[in-house]
Design a protein around this ligand. Structure first.
Ligand code: EPZ
Length: 416
């Protein structure tokens, strides 16, 4: 099991280049199943989850050629319409092959994703939507078995906003007969990125980015070239790390207009922020102010940034109330932050963080992707050495994080 060792106390300074968004790359890679032609992607992040998705699609028959951050995908001879348990259990986003497989091939066998550290994370809304479009679905031996001669357009209402639910049904609808309307759809930028890629492939989609998306089915999609949008969560994570360490950093290849809520919270914490085109600059000259936050679907504060802001609040002046409304168990980082000296009380889905003057380095353990990022940020500000175990969680969503942090002046190294 690899570990990260961090000597805290160095303010981050300098500039880094942000990678493509994991949560856009994963659904967009699945769009390769919707056409026999070539889908040529660029700005694809070098992540463990992207490699897992590539292998999953390859075992179905998609031909994938990777050159640096470019990925050329060919769905011309897909022969296996199955996502096996041993792959789905390591990455829940595998469920995103369900919609495209049923749309183009009329059948799919996809393992039910298990739960994960942050919650039970059911996929009932994905299944309900496909049934509304005429798919016959049975759950057999832990697999979702879906069949449909040809999906039919339907009006689908999400009683909970679901990012991958919206994405799966959008991909199912692009080849369906007639019009599909997704109501109470997710508005995340990654949903919009998928829609823009599908439109490049010839899909007829209106309303992506709003809570009502209308998809008019077409007979076939053709190839396209598409560049993945920047990762707003990677951007936010580095900005919070710079704010926590009293640093001064510039992010390139990013986009400020998909981070409004996070940037506002950082300014509330006392950071000075300038943005232009694909650049965000942050400078922190003071001990952070504690900031209250409440996670909710986009454009509200993203749940994927909650753990990182909790690390910032642990050393802020004042107390902060943090409410997690999306997942039922997304405070796994609290126990670990307490080991570093943080003062945090949790009551249900609310955490109250009382800022302390400093944290003390310790051995801690990563439990899920964003919790790991929270521990890295805490390690960067703690006095002495922090060693983080089980950092495979981190590698799933952050490309070469210690290389990027070292370039910003952090004292961090990976222990084999
Ligand atoms: C996506 O997960 C992201 N993953 C998550 O990022 C992110 O935290 C989450 O959206 C919320 O923004 C990808 O895009 C690959 P949801 P997803 O469906 O789609 C409930 C990361 O760190 N729900 O929007 O799985 C669900 O339990 C990951 O990069 C149902 O009840 O999340 C949750 O409480 C972590 N039934 C809420 O909806 C369903 O059928 C939102 O989940 C689907 C979801």
């Amino acid at each position: 099991m690899q570990k990260l060792a961090i000597q805290g106390g160095n303010p981050l300074h300098g500039e880094i280049f942000i990678s493509g968004a994991k949560n856009a790359a994963l659904p967009i890679m699945c769009a390769s199943l919707l056409s026999a032609d070539s889908l040529r992607l660029s700005n694809v992040p070098d992540l463990h989850d992207v490699a897992t998705m590539r292998k999953l699609l390859q075992q179905m028959g998609v031909v994938v050629d990777v050159q640096g951050d470019c990925m050329n995908m060919q769905g011309g001879n897909v022969t296996k319409l199955e996502a096996p348990y041993d792959m789905v259990k390591t990455m829940r986003a595998s469920v995103l092959v369900l919609g495209p497989l049923v749309a183009r091939f009329g059948e799919a066998m996809v393992s039910l994703p298990g739960g994960c550290a942050i919650g039970s994370r059911p996929v009932d809304l994905h299944i309900k939507g496909l049934q509304a479009m005429g798919a016959e679905i049975s759950i057999e031996h832990g697999y979702i078995h879906a069949k449909a001669k040809r999906l039919k357009g339907a009006r689908i209402f999400f009683d909970i906003v679901s990012v991958t639910g919206t994405e799966n049904l959008m991909m199912a609808a692009v080849l369906a007969e007639g019009v599909t309307v997704l109501e109470n759809a997710a508005r995340e930028p990654e949903v919009v990125d998928l829609a823009n890629c599908l439109i490049e492939m010839g899909a007829d989609i209106a309303g992506a980015g709003t809570d009502m998306i209308t998809i008019t089915g077409v007979d076939r999609l053709h190839g396209a070239e598409y560049s993945i949008l920047p990762d707003r969560i990677e951007s936010g994570t580095f900005l919070v790390a710079a704010a926590a360490t009293g640093g001064n950093i510039t992010l390139r290849n990013t986009s400020a207009n998909i981070l409004d809520n996070v940037l506002e919270k950082l300014q509330e914490a006392g950071a000075k922020i300038q943005t232009e085109a694909d650049t965000i600059h942050l400078e922190m000259r003071q001990r952070p102010n504690a900031v209250n936050l409440r996670t909710a679907p986009y454009p509200a504060f993203p749940t994927d940034m909650q753990a990182q802001f909790m690390a910032l609040n642990t050393i802020a002046q004042g107390s902060a109330m943090m409410v997690e409304t999306i997942f039922e168990n997304r405070f796994m980082h609290v126990q670990e932050l307490r080991r570093l000296g943080a003062q945090i009380d949790v009551e249900g889905n609310t955490a109250v963080v009382r800022g302390v003057a400093s944290l003390e380095g310790a051995m801690v353990m990563a439990t899920d992707l964003r919790a790991s990022a929270s521990l890295v940020i805490a390690g960067l500000v703690a006095q002495g050495e922090t060693v983080i175990d089980r950092i495979y969680h981190l590698d799933r969503g952050y490309a070469h994080i210690e290389t990027k942090l070292t370039a910003l002046g952090a004292n961090i190294r990976r222990l084999k």
